[in-house]
Write a protein that binds this ligand. Structure first.
Ligand code: SAH
Length: 351
């Protein structure tokens, strides 16, 4: 089934015309899908005959189901959604003073292999469709009753590894007839896939780009982020500079602080060089402990020494406030727990 939510308005109009129906039906249906309906049954002013035609043509509406919903003491809500094929992805709603931000997934699993990340442990299962990505935002808004004003693409998956679907999602969510979320309120985070990043630059979107750096020397970055083999820091930094020059939009480098791995004074100095060379803002992330991973978060003392170097060097940084720690809010952990318990259940079935 193809989800109607994944169609541009013009595509929906074409579909409706091709089914021999008047154009105003497209408007009615678009209004319903934009309001976050869970199925075509809810579209009360659309005739049953048209719904039947759409189903025959392979179209419908599918809303992901809430598998679990965890509400943190700080108001953060973490959803685990079940998709139409039984796979699961996570979405996190964070409440900031500046507005509600939703952190969304773009793939089921991930094949980038970052060694500190829970999302990549089982590899990539599949890409999410534009409709599925959009549904995360819509259904979070509908279920929580909270208006969403910002999106960060920092959940499960590598967005540039699902390029076309992510670009279509960006246009859909930005559509004035749809959720109308401004491109300037959207941040895309990537480990950096050079050819895809170049394509993104040429799209001329006003989104904010965040690059997951985590190490400012090639040997270490390749060790903890195998995707660095195909990119390399020299290319990454020149792309970052080019992005800034072309779009005028300051880039963010994300840097998860890992004890004894990337948090020494020397690392801080290399990071300052990297940031200053392309006018990037630094976002330091206290590492979230992942059970299967040997890495631990840096100590407060090491972080203080690290940030003192950044300050002395004039590099611009913020430390990411950790929200939802009590509900496993770091990406991939809820899905990972579900996968583990499914495996345990399966194996006990086999016994
Ligand atoms: N694939 C994209 C988006 C995914 S995750 C990317 O690489 O940017 C969003 C951010 O969380 C990335 O910077 C990622 O490296 C970071 N991250 C992953 N696991 C983490 C962990 N255990 N602790 C802290 N940050 C983590």
């Amino acid at each position: 089934m193809q989800d109607l939510r994944g169609l541009y308005y013009s595509e929906l109009e074409e579909l409706i015309s091709s089914l021999g129906e008047p154009k105003f039906r497209a408007k009615q249906i678009y209004k319903w899908i934009s309001s976050g309906v869970s199925s075509m049954d809810e579209m009360t002013n659309v005739p049953a005959s048209l719904k039947a035609k759409l189903l025959d043509a392979g179209f419908g509406v599918y809303a992901p189901k809430v598998l679990s919903k965890l509400v943190s003491k700080d108001g953060t809500i973490k959803y685990l959604w079940e998709l139409s094929d039984g796979n699961a992805v996570e979405t996190v709603l964070m409440k900031y003073r500046t507005g509600n931000t939703v952190c969304i997934s773009t793939q089921v699993g991930c094949r980038m292999g970052c060694r500190f990340c829970a999302s990549t442990i089982g590899g990539l299962v599949r890409n999410l469709s534009p409709a599925e990505i959009l549904s995360e935002v819509m259904m979070t808004e509908k279920d929580s009753g909270e208006k969403i004003s910002k999106i960060v693409i920092m959940g499960i998956g590598e967005p540039l590894d699902n390029y076309d679907n992510v670009i279509k999602f960006l246009h859909l969510v930005n559509s004035p007839d749809g959720m109308n979320i401004g491109m300037r309120h959207i941040t895309l985070s990537t480990c950096c896939i050079p050819d895809k990043l170049r394509r993104l630059m040429d799209e001329n979107l006003q989104i904010t780009l965040a690059i997951s750096l985590h190490a400012a020397e090639d040997g270490l970055r390749t060790e903890i982020m195998p995707s660095n083999r195909a990119c390399g820091l020299e290319v990454l930094l020149s792309l970052a500079r080019e992005y800034y020059e072309k779009t005028g939009r300051r880039i963010t480098f994300e840097y998860a602080m890992i004890a004894g791995v990337n948090d020494s004074i020397k690392h801080a100095s290399l990071l300052a060089d990297a940031a200053l060379s392309c006018g990037a803002h630094l976002n330091l992330i206290p590492l979230n402990k992942v059970e299967e991973s040997p890495f631990a978060p840096s100590s407060k003392k090491d972080m203080d020494a690290f940030t003192a170097v950044l300050t002395r060097r004039g590099a611009n940084f913020t430390i990411r406030r950790s929200l939802g720690g009590d509900v496993n809010a770091s990406c991939g952990q809820l899905r990972r727990n579900r996968e583990k318990s499914r495996k345990t259940n399966n194996s006990s079935e086999r016994i």
